[in-house]
Design a protein. Structure first.
Length: 126
């Protein structure tokens, strides 16, 4: 098994001892993305804007290796407030429009880094 690190210059660098993503075999495991802009600042708008930032960050990492949202097979969404579920779904649905929706898990959590409202991780396939 060979692991390859994937880093994107188009999003903020990791804030800890991890990579944006790691590929193994024909899979890409993307670290959870909180809604940070390229400069590492939290997108302070509502959960809709934060959701889109997370998804755009994930796609930026995938573009580093010539992949995109169509290659995502699984996502996990971490929400601080499950009452935001419908707003997240609206953005998520539009983002993945005209693709096969990935398998997905959504869980409510007590707190996220930088007081983000949402974090999204993903798995993509070659």
């Amino acid at each position: 098994m060979r692991k390859t690190k994937i880093e994107s210059k188009d999003i903020a660098p990791p804030v800890g001892p991890y990579n944006h993503a790691v590929s193994v075999s024909k899979l890409i495991f993307l670290s959870g993305q909180i809604p940070l802009d390229k400069n590492g600042s939290l997108v302070a708008e509502g959960v809709k804007e934060q959701t889109l930032q997370c998804l755009n960050n994930i796609e930026a990492v995938l573009k580093t290796v010539g992949k995109n949202r169509e290659d995502i097979v699984k996502t996990t969404i971490f929400l601080v407030n499950m009452n935001d579920f419908n707003e997240v779904n609206a953005v998520y649905s539009a983002f993945f429009e005209n693709t096969v929706y990935p398998a997905r898990t959504t869980v409510e959590v007590g707190r996220l880094p930088r007081e983000a409202k949402i974090e999204i991780e993903a798995i993509a396939a070659y």
